[in-house]
Design a protein around this ligand. Structure first.
Ligand SMILES: [Zn+2]
Length: 78
């Protein structure tokens, strides 16, 4: 006998992340999900767009560069 997944389990192939903001639309209502069959592909249910882990890394690196610049910037006094 071959086991088949009942429909509810077969549909549960995405993991949601509570309050994780979408990197595309900024929505933070927990609409970003991850496909468990391809854990590098995210989907936002708010803007209905897909993005991958590399896009997230790219945004983090852009912000890291700005934060590094801020940390090294001299304080300008009036
Ligand atoms: Zn979005």
């Amino acid at each position: 006998m071959t086991a088949t997944l009942p429909l509810p389990q077969a549909q549960a192939t995405r993991k949601g992340f509570a309050h994780l903001p979408c990197i595309l639309c900024g929505n933070a209502d927990g609409n970003v999900t991850l496909a468990l069959e391809d854990v590098s592909q995210f989907h936002c249910n708010e803007c209905d767009e897909d993005f991958d882990a590399d896009a997230v890394r790219q945004q983090i690196e852009q912000w890291r560069a700005v934060l590094d610049w801020c940390a090294a910037a001299p304080v300008v006094k009036e």
